[in-house]
Design a protein around this ligand. Structure first.
Ligand code: 6AU
Length: 365
């Protein structure tokens, strides 16, 4: 998979996780393989930065437990608001929960408690210390939750809520649907080139509000372009990343541990999307796991250095997007303070998006 494009990988094999396919299509559409680690101090700041940086990213990573004033209300709280922003801009939400307990406990932590992570986070992750049942237990909890939600959605559809058919109610030849419309990426690339102009890729029927639509959402792309992204929100798909390698100095995850993570992932492809790791672990031709990689910073624009920034003085170790994506086959870089501490996080996110995407295109060539 190292030399396959994200678009190709989106349609590769029958056992690619649906959320992985969705994410790979999104990456291709937005020309982005950037995840923002939104480690800010309070909920207001979180929503603000998510809205600003949204156009540049494909994943927003949270640690809900370090956000002061997180509102736990299921319909109007911080999670629900993030979901709305995720639809508006087209990104997935990844709660970096690092579950690490026995099966029964993690099921309760995932679905219940105050945070009810499963309801707003498309993706979460685990430490594999407790053994493989941590994965199967969470998979079971996600499946049960999905069944319940699908039942509720079905009931509300029969109560009158419906999606427009492809081609219905649009001015420019139909809803853009990344699952079916191969031209979508080209449309967007055109849009990208016509900087400053308003480009409506598709419009929706009057009775169909984009804000409420899981399939279409209006977003402002780079440089003020406004487009409707034909994003199919997959509200009930849930996926897991296994933390298989860490970026911190002296961590205890040796090769044997990492291989055990890979083994569990291969046995649970219905739920495991991939890894948080420092390199791609895809070894077999049928492996199509996503590798998301933290410990990434660019050197400052005004004083570029070959090796970038080293660390944060607290064990974190940084590598450049180039090293991680070209050198180690990582797919998505996870960047927190590199973006958040900048004077203008929105512009800085765009700089990281470009650098990471350039590294990906280099890898493809
Ligand atoms: O870019 P930073 O250093 O500001 O933030 C990195 C983010 C933090 C960490 O909790 C997380 O990435 N992280 C992880 C994850 C994502 O699981 C694993 C790891 O090995 N290193 C790491 O930094 O939110």
């Amino acid at each position: 998979t190292l030399t396959s494009t994200f678009a190709t990988r989106a349609t590769m094999g029958v056992d690619t996780h649906p959320l992985t396919s969705y994410l790979l299509r999104l990456m291709d559409l937005k020309a982005s393989n950037l995840c923002l680690s939104a480690d800010v101090s309070n909920a207001r700041e979180l929503l603000l930065v998510a809205d600003k940086v949204g156009p540049a990213i494909v994943v927003l990573k949270t640690h809900y437990d370090l956000i002061a004033g997180w509102d736990f209300h299921p319909q109007t709280g911080t999670g629900a608001k993030l979901v709305t922003l995720a639809r508006k801009h087209g990104f997935l939400i990844f709660e970096d929960r690092k579950f690490g307990d026995i099966g029964s406990t993690v099921q309760q932590q995932y679905v219940g408690g105050s945070a009810r992570v499963v309801e707003w986070a498309h993706i979460t992750n685990v430490n594999m210390i407790p053994g493989p049942t941590i994965v199967t237990a969470l998979a079971e909890a996600a499946a049960k939750w999905k069944e319940r939600i699908n039942y509720e959605v079905k009931t509300s559809v029969s109560a009158g809520f419906s999606y427009p058919e492809d081609g219905e109610g649009t001015e420019e030849g139909g809803c853009v649907n990344p699952r079916t419309d191969v031209n979508t990426s080209n449309h967007l690339r055109d849009a990208d080139e016509r900087k400053g102009s308003i480009v409506s890729i598709t419009t929706v029927t009057q009775s169909f509000e984009p804000a409420d639509s899981p399939r279409l959402s209006k977003t402002t792309l780079r440089d003020g372009d406004e487009v409707y992204l034909g994003i199919e929100e997959a509200p009930t798909d849930r996926g897991l990343l296994i933390l298989a390698q860490m970026s911190s100095a002296g961590n205890l995850m040796n090769a044997e541990y990492t291989n055990a993570c890979l083994d569990t992932a291969r046995k649970n492809k219905g739920f495991v999307m991939g890894f948080v790791a420092q390199q791609s672990l895809n070894g077999e031709p049928e492996d199509n796991f996503i590798t998301m990689t933290p410990g990434c910073q660019l050197p400052p624009e005004d004083e570029p250095t070959e090796n970038g920034i080293n660390g944060d003085g607290l064990g974190q170790q940084y590598k450049t997007p180039e090293k991680l994506i070209v050198g180690s086959g990582c797919d998505i870089i996870i960047v927190g303070r590199g973006i958040l501490k900048a004077d203008n996080p929105q512009l800085e996110a765009e700089r990281y998006r470009k650098a990471a995407w350039k590294a990906y295109t280099t890898r493809m060539n």
